[in-house]
Every structure is written in C-alpha cells, then in structure tokens.
Design a binder for this molecule. Structure first.
Ligand code: CP
Ligand code: NVA
Length: 297
C-alpha cells in the first residue's frame, strides 16, 4: 500500500471515476497482464481480467495448480521468464516476500493481488467506494471489526494516508501488526487521521460512518477455523452493533462473506450494505491502476 503516495491515491480516485464513466476503450491495446494466483479468487481474478478487456488489452490466467511458485520453479526465475512475455504481472500468494522477490527480478511492474500480509487492490477499491458513497474521505470514521488480517493492514494504511479515522476492534492475539500500525501512525500525523485500537467492538462502532469486516479465517488458515469461531464470536456485525453507528452509516465487506459468522444473516442484504458496489469497484479501481502503470495515451 505504501508503494503509492497519499497524493497518488487522490489522483487515482479521480481517474477511477473517470474510467468508470468511459466504459470500454482501447487505451491498453497490445498490452497483456499475467494473473499468477496461488490461492482461489472470484473478484480479484475476474475484475483484473475484465479491467484489461475493457481497456482493450488482454489477460492470461495462471492457476494455483500451474504456477508451483517456488516449488516447480524459483520465484526469481518465474519473474524473469514471465516478464519477457507480458507487460505487467499481478500475483496472489501466501508469503509476502514472494511478491517482493518477484518485483525485484521482474522487468515489468508487479501488483499485489493479495498476500498473507496485505491486500492493497482491495483497499484502493474500498477508498473509491467510500468516496462515492460519502463524497469525501478526510474526517470520516471507519470501524474495522474482527481479525486484523491482510485486508485490515492495507485498509488501515489507506485510511491513515487519506485522513479517515480508523477504529479497530480485535481480540487479544489477533490485533493489528505493530509495524503496520507504526507506519499508519506516521501517515496519520500528516493527514490528521486518528487511530484507535480496542478489544471492544461496541467502543469501536460508536458514532462511526463506515463499518467494515472480513472473514475470521483467511485463506491458508483453515485448520484454525474452529478456534477462531469461538475467539471472534463477539465480533459479529449485527443489528445491535449497527445501532451504535451513525444512522447513515454504510456496511462494507471485501467478500467472500460467511453469513451468520462475521456478519449476521441478512446484514449484507440490508439497505446500508454497499458490498456489491464495493465488489464492482474492484474492476474500476484496477482499470485506473493498470492504466496509470501502463498507458501512454
Ligand atoms: N475480495 C477479494 O479479493 O475476493 P476474491 O478472493 O474472490 O478475489
Ligand atoms: N482475509 C481474506 C481476504 C479474502 C479476499 C483472506 O486472506 O482469505
């Protein structure tokens, strides 16, 4: 997330809104994106493919079974070969250092499509969605309820960079990464955002504009699911928690959702939920990202 600057996030949002209104164009004719995924995906895979198609380019998807990242072939070798064929790479992986290594050895730009540590494309689309729904970013307050995971890390940084106050409620042992928090506090000093960490979801949700959650069990941690269901039981977004937020607050979730776990059944179907606009915006946000990185209009 911190590979882009707060100023770049501002121009990115303006550009994403412009590209969203322009629909299908031929800006990235003859450009190819490689989508190299070690984990499953619905949104990220399809939104990246459609983003390239809508910009006149193309995408090649390499599934977890094909890649063998660091197993069939070393990450540096994959990066050096793949970047001879394509103009840009997006990679979803477990270990974040795989992405850093790929970026180091690739001749072309590498985009993080989710690692165990960060999910910056989600955060960028989320900032776009919040801006569309609320007409501003600075001065709003977002409460993130639940597991301080990859999504929370990128979202915290994005909020701190853009002046959104960030409350996070997570249980002991599942709190936000200290290095991310330190980085976020540095951005917040400049943007004016306030960061508040608590174990109590009710404290975090009081009077806020945006309430956000994600799965209690991220991909790769499936064997912990049973324990996590118990640890996070009090961290559900439900009517009781929502009642503490502002009347016009919105509900966000990066999806996939587990109805009845991190969100009560029916919550994401309510009028306050913006999760499907949020999912759509993955495509518009990534169009802007790809165009900013590749286009020579
Ligand atoms: N939100 C998100 O990244 O969804 P996928 O895992 O389906 O790509
Ligand atoms: N935290 C989740 C996000 C999925 C988009 C995971 O890593 O599985």
């Amino acid at each position: 997330m911190t590979d882009i600057t707060p100023a770049e996030i501002k121009s990115f949002i303006t550009y994403a809104i412009e590209l969203k209104s322009r629909g299908w164009i031929s800006m990235l004719k003859n450009k190819t994106l490689a989508i190299l995924f070690e984990k499953p995906s619905l949104r990220t895979r399809v939104s990246f493919e459609m983003a390239m198609r809508q910009l006149g380019g193309q995408a090649i998807y390499l599934s977890p079974a094909e890649v063998g990242l660091g197993k069939r072939e070393s990450v540096p070798d994959i990066a050096r070969v793949l970047s001879r064929y394509v103009d840009i790479i997006t990679c979803r992986t477990f270990a974040h250092h795989n992405l850093e290594e790929m970026a180091e050895y690739s001749r072309v730009p590498v985009i993080n499509a989710l690692s165990d540590f960060e999910h910056p494309c989600e955060a960028l689309a989320d900032l776009l969605t919040i801006y569309e729904k609320k007409g501003k970013l600075k001065g709003l307050t977002l409460a993130y309820i639940g597991d301080a995971n990859n999504v929370a890390n990128s979202l915290l940084l994005g909020c701190a960079m853009t002046g959104i106050n960030f409350n996070i409620a997570s249980p002991k042992g599942y709190t936000i990464d200290k290095t991310v928090l330190k980085k976020a506090r540095n951005y917040a000093r400049v943007s004016g955002a306030k960061i508040f960490c608590t174990e109590d979801p009710r404290e975090a949700a009081k009077g806020i504009d945006v309430i956000y959650t994600d799965t209690w069990t991220s991909m790769g941690r499936e064997e912990e699911a049973e324990v996590r269901r118990k640890v996070f039981a009090k961290y559900q977004i439900n009517e009781k928690l929502l009642a503490l937020t502002k009347k016009n607050s919105i509900i966000m979730h990066c999806l996939p959702a587990h109805h009845g776990e991190e969100v009560a059944v029916g919550i994401l179907d309510s009028a306050r939920s913006v999760v499907f606009d949020q999912a759509e915006n993955r495509m518009h946000a990534q169009k802007a990202l790809l165009a900013m990185m590749l286009a020579k209009e």
